[in-house]
Design a protein around this ligand. Structure first.
Ligand SMILES: Cc1cc2nc3c(=O)[nH]c(=O)nc-3n(C[C@H](O)[C@H](O)[C@H](O)COP(=O)(O)OP(=O)(O)OC[C@H]3O[C@@H](n4cnc5c(N)ncnc54)[C@H](O)[C@@H]3O)c2cc1C
Length: 457
C-alpha cells in the first residue's frame, strides 16, 4: 500500500465509491498521481433506482457495478474493499477494519449518509429504510411476503388482515416507494392470486412536515399529491410518528395498522465525518469551504452527502448531481495543486440542473432548471425521468438491460423480479390476523376515501 519514496507521485486516497468517490476517481485516473479507492462494498450502487429493486421491477445487478470494473482502465488506481474505521489526520493515515493503515497526501472523503431513526434505532428492524442493495432486497421480501401470507391465511382461515402499507416520510423516496407498491398490487399482481384481491392493498404516506415533497415548488407538490391519490395512495401531512411496533404505527394516540412499514423519513451523515475532528453540522455533515476543504485542512476534500456546502445562502442538497460535481472538482484541484497552479481554479459552484421524482409507472414531477426552466408533471415528466436515469446509469450492459426490462414490464405488466428469498417471517403478521379488541382506538384503513373510489374518480 502507499509508502513514501523520494520521487514518488502524490498519493490520493478516496473513501467511498458512491457518486462522489467514483466521479473523483475517474477524474484522478487522468492525472499524475497514485490513487487508492476504498469502499466496504465491492460495487457502486445507483441509488436513485434502488426502489425499483425494492419493488421487483429491476434486479440488483442492473443498478450496481463492481468498482474494479468501473475503474479498470485507470492504471494508476488500486481498489480496496474494506471498511474505514477512522483517521490520524496529523499523520495523514487512514485506519481500516482489516488492521491495515494507508498513508495519503490528499484525502477525498465521500462516504455519504445513512438512515436516521431520530434516536429510535429499535424501529430499524420494523421499518427498514432504503439505502443499499441489501435494504432493497429486504423491502422486496417484505412487500411480496405480505401477499403470499395473505393468500395462505385466506385459504386456511377464510380471513386475512387488511393489506395496509405505511410509508413514513413523504420525500422523493417515500413517494416513489408508495407509487410503486400501489402499481405492483393493482397492475402486476392483480391476476396472480386466487383467494385474495391484491388490488385492495392500501398505501399510506405519513409525513411529519406540512407538505409532501417539501423541497419541490408548491405547484409540483400539489400535482404529486393528485397523482398519488389517482393511484390510490393516501397521504397525511403533519403526522408525526410516535411509535412503530410489529403490525402498527402510532401517530400520537392513533393506532394505524400496517402489514408492512417502510422508513423514508430521515438521514444522517456518515459517522466518518465527525472522526476527522473538524466542524460538523447537526446532522454530522462536515462544514467545508469554497474548495470543499474542511476549515484548516487543504489536504482533505469532503464531497457529496457528507459535505455541508453553502451556496447563495442555502445548503446544497444531498442528491446525486452535487456529489458528482464535487468529486470531479476535488480531483481537478488536486491535479492543479500538484502542478502548483491551484490559484487558477475558481471556487466550487454547484450547477443545479433540477430534480425529479416518479409516481408510479407513468407519472412524475420534474423541476427542470437546465437547459430551460420548467416545472413538469405527469407522463412528460416521467419520460424525462426515464431518459435522465438511463443516461446516468454507469455501464452499457446496465443501461441496455434496464431499458429492456422497463419496456417489458411497462407494456406486459409482467413479471419483474418477484422473488422472495430469505426468511418467511413478517414482523407483526400474527398479531394482525386477529380483529382489534373492542374499544381499541384503531384506524384499520387510515384512508380518507376507500381505494376503489379514489382509483375510479
Ligand atoms: C433510495 C434513494 C433514492 C435516491 N434518489 C435520488 C434521485 O432520484 N436523484 C438524486 O439526485 N439523488 C437521489 N438520491 C440521493 C443520492 O443517491 C445521493 O445524494 C448520492 O448517492 C450521494 O453520493 P455520495 O457519493 O455522497 O454517497 P453514496 O452514493 O451514498 O456513497 C457512499 C459510499 O461510501 C461507502 N462507505 C460508507 N461508509 C464507509 C466506510 N466506513 N468505509 C468504506 N466505505 C464506506 C458506501 O458503501 C458507499 O458506496 C437517492 C438516495 C436514495 C438512498
Amino acid at each position: 500500500m502507499a509508502q513514501e519514496s523520494s520521487n514518488r507521485r502524490p498519493r490520493v486516497v478516496v473513501i467511498g465509491a458512491g457518486f462522489g468517490g467514483i466521479y473523483a476517481a475517474k477524474a484522478l485516473g487522468k492525472l499524475p498521481v497514485d490513487v487508492t479507492i476504498i469502499d466496504r462494498k465491492n460495487h457502486h450502487t445507483f441509488q436513485p433506482l434502488l426502489y425499483q429493486v425494492a419493488l421487483a421491477v429491476l434486479s440488483p445487478g442492473e443498478i450496481a457495478q463492481p468498482v474494479r470494473s468501473i475503474l479498470r482502465k485507470n492504471k494508476n488506481t488500486e481498489v480496496i474493499m474494506d471498511e474505514v474505521l477512522g483517521f490520524d489526520v496529523g499523520a495523514r493515515r487512514v485506519h481500516l477494519k482489516s488492521g491495515a493503515e494507508i498513508v495519503y497526501d490528499y484525502l477525498i472523503l465521500a462516504t455519504g449518509s445513512t438512515h436516521s431513526y431520530f434516536g429510535k434505532d429499535e424501529w430499524a428492524k420494523l421499518a427498514p429504510g432504503l439505502k443499499t442493495l441489501e435494504d432493497a432486497t429486504e423491502i422486496r421480501r417484505r412487500v411480496l411476503l405480505v401477499f403470499e401470507l395473505a393468500e395462505r391465511q385466506k385459504l386456511e382461515t377464510g380471513i386475512h388482515p387488511q393489506l395496509n402499507f405505511v410509508i413514513v416520510g413523504g420525500g422523493p423516496t417515500g413517494v416513489e416507494l408508495a407509487g410503486a407498491i400501489s402499481d405492483i398490487a393493482k397492475l402486476y399482481m392483480a391476476n396472480d392470486f386466487r383467494h385474495i384481491d391484491p388490488r385492495k392493498a392500501q398505501v399510506l404516506i405519513l409525513e411529519g412536515s406540512p407538505n409532501i415533497l417539501g423541497a419541490y415548488p408548491p405547484d409540483l407538490q400539489r400535482k404529486a399529491v393528485e397523482q398519488l391519490h389517482h393511484l390510490g395512495v393516501n397521504t397525511r401531512t403533519e403526522a408525526h410518528v410516535t411509535d412503530i411496533q410489529p403490525g402498527f404505527v402510532m401517530v400520537g394516540d392513533e393506532k394505524i395498522e400496517s402489514v408492512c412499514t417502510l422508513w423514508a423519513a430521515g438521514v444522517q451523515a456518515s459517522p466518518l465525518g465527525k472522526m476527522l475532528g473538524v466542524e460538523t453540522d447537526k446532522r454530522g455533515s462536515v462544514m467545508v469551504d469554497a474548495h470543499l476543504n474542511p476549515f484548516g485542512h487543504p489536504e482533505i476534500f469532503v464531497c457529496g452527502d457528507l459535505a455541508h456546502f453553502e451556496q447563495d445562502g442555502k445548503q446544497v442538497p444531498g442528491v446525486a448531481q452535487p456529489a458528482m460535481q464535487m468529486g470531479a472538482y476535488a480531483a481537478k484541484r488536486i491535479g492543479l495543486i500538484a502542478e502548483g497552479c491551484e490559484a487558477k481554479q475558481k471556487p466550487f459552484r454547484y450547477f443545479d440542473k433540477g430534480d425529479m421524482a416518479t409516481i408510479g409507472r407513468k407519472a412524475a414531477v420534474a423541476r427542470i432548471v437546465w437547459p430551460f426552466h420548467a416545472n413538469w408533471s405527469g407522463f412528460m415528466a416521467w419520460c424525462t425521468w426515464l431518459v435522465v436515469h438511463i443516461f446516468f446509469l454507469i455501464g452499457f450492459r446496465n443501461r441496455f438491460s434496464v431499458f429492456r426490462d422497463w419496456v417489458y414490464t411497462y407494456f406486459r405488466f409482467q413479471d419483474g423480479v418477484r422473488l422472495i428469498t430469505g426468511s418467511q417471517d413478517l414482523p407483526g403478521w400474527k398479531t394482525l390476523a386477529h380483529d382489534p379488541s373492542p374499544g381499541e382506538n384503531v384506524t384499520p384503513l387510515a384512508m380518507e376515501r376507500p381505494i376503489e373510489e379514489v382509483a375510479h374518480s
